[in-house]
Design a protein. Structure first.
Length: 131
């Protein structure tokens, strides 16, 4: 039984990844990977290792909810990779801002990689709350 849900925060250079157990429904940052030609294979490895059954993909929108160039990029990106499990889009409005605020509350320093994986975690938290 696949009990893990993964989330992706897709950027043109990096992709933040988070995970949550579908039973406990607690999202946590997992990693940030480089967005390159090796990404689909690395993602399949994570899917297998985490025993994932679903991927939630952050979908960027404009301030008024309209599609943007980044919306098209994310949709095209997901159409271009062949996954063994289904994926769902989730609004990612302000997740990077929220992630940076969350990280800045901790006294330790953080990197852009931390922001990306935490943004994916927030996308997943939002999905879990709505579903």
């Amino acid at each position: 039984m696949n009990t893990t849900i993964l989330a992706l925060d897709i950027g043109e250079r990096k992709i933040g990844i988070a995970r949550a157990n579908n039973i406990a429904k607690i999202a946590e940052p997992l990693t940030t990977l480089i967005n390159d030609e090796a990404f689909p294979e690395k993602l399949e490895d994570i899917i297998s290792k985490e025993n994932a059954g679903l991927i939630v993909v952050g979908l960027p929108r404009g301030l008024e909810g309209q599609d943007t160039q980044q919306t098209k990029y994310v949709k095209d990106f997901m159409d271009g990779i062949d996954l063994a499990i289904p994926f769902r889009f989730q609004d990612e409005a302000l997740t990077s801002v929220k992630a940076e605020e969350r990280l800045s509350k901790n006294s330790k320093s953080y990197t852009k990689h931390d922001i990306d994986s935490n943004a994916a975690s927030i996308i997943l938290e939002d999905y879990l709350l709505e579903n």
